[in-house]
Ligand binder design. Structure first.
Ligand code: KIV
Length: 301
């Protein structure tokens, strides 16, 4: 779709995709540069996930992530994203304590993080929390199945809903969230049959991660599908690129040239006088924000 015909993705628009299609393509992002690239690529939805604890902060789970941190990264992504719907993940212990705490923190996420909706993990037990957040005018995305904030209760990051009892519980969670008014539900780490069952059972779009193509959309952590986390390869991740290898290779080239004094060359240096433009024009027109400025001089002027 061209820049001229592309429209801002909204909550009603996302809801309507259940019946109208096309499937929802969602990703995570944690900074402005990545947000700008992914928005330009045409994704429908960007989540500033608490996965940032693992892929940005280097933690072994998402539990220590705070509302302040999600909002900090949210503000960065919000500055760059023009079309995709921007969702903020409610961190562990930012909504579980009480309905009041949930509404207050969801409000902070919109006011301080620049988010357009919030996501929270859990089902039946948080129905009232979800209702109250939505009553305050804040759209909510649910998250059922493998819920990483319950890593210790689950005994690790394990596929959920493998037996009938556990599958029925996940379906009940999704139905409770739908009844509470969520506009979509992330379905994570469940067998394909269960993903289909949930998708058939609810009238809002399901967005799968490790949950088969039978969902109404998919979401992946950007560092995973871009191949930036090179030492881990979860089964549900497809690497659409090997950016991690490209980064190491490019940086090896930089190290080599610095040591050989071949970088910076004349093209990257400034003269004393005159107005000679230096550097090659890149040919990359800024697509997202025509008024963006570079963080350094681009010419002699
Ligand atoms: O935190 C996150 O990135 C998520 C997605 C994986 C759904 O919750």
């Amino acid at each position: 779709m061209s820049e001229r015909t592309r429209k801002k993705v909204t909550v009603p628009g996302l809801r309507a995709r259940k019946s109208r299609g096309p499937k929802i393509a969602a990703v995570t992002a944690y900074d402005a540069t990545m947000g700008r690239l992914l928005d330009e690529a045409g994704v429908d939805l960007i989540l500033v996930g608490d996965s940032l604890g693992m892929v940005v902060q280097g933690l072994s789970n998402t539990l220590p992530v705070t509302v302040d941190e999600i909002c900090y990264h949210g503000r960065a992504v919000a500055r760059a994203v023009r079309y995709a719907h921007l969702v903020g993940d409610m961190p562990f212990m930012s909504f579980q304590v009480s309905v009041e705490q949930a509404v207050e923190n969801a409000g902070r996420m919109l006011k301080e993080g620049g988010f357009e909706s919030v996501k929270l993990e859990g089902g039946v037990e948080y129905e009232q929390h979800v209702r109250a957040i939505i009553r305050a005018g804040i759209p909510v995305m649910g998250h059922v199945g493998l819920t990483p904030q319950s890593v210790h209760a689950m005994g690790g990051f394990r596929v959920q809903g493998k037996g009938e009892d556990s599958a029925a519980r996940v379906v009940a969670d999704a139905k409770a969230l739908e009844a509470a008014g969520v506009y979509s539900i992330v379905v994570e780490g469940v067998p394909a049959d269960l993903a289909r069952r949930i998708t058939d059972a609810v009238d809002v779009p399901t967005i799968g991660i490790g949950a088969s193509a039978d969902c109404d959309g998919q979401i992946l952590v950007c560092y995973d599908y871009l191949g930036m986390v090179r030492d881990l390869k979860p089964k549900f991740v497809k690497r659409f690129a090997e950016i991690g290898d490209a980064i190491v290779e490019a940086t090896q080239g930089y190290v080599k040239e610095v040591r050989a004094s071949t970088f910076p060359s004349e093209a990257h240096c400034f003269g004393m006088g005159g107005k000679r433009a230096v550097g090659e024009p890149t040919g990359n027109k800024p697509v997202v924000d025509e008024t963006r400025t570079s963080y350094g001089p681009t010419s002699e002027d």
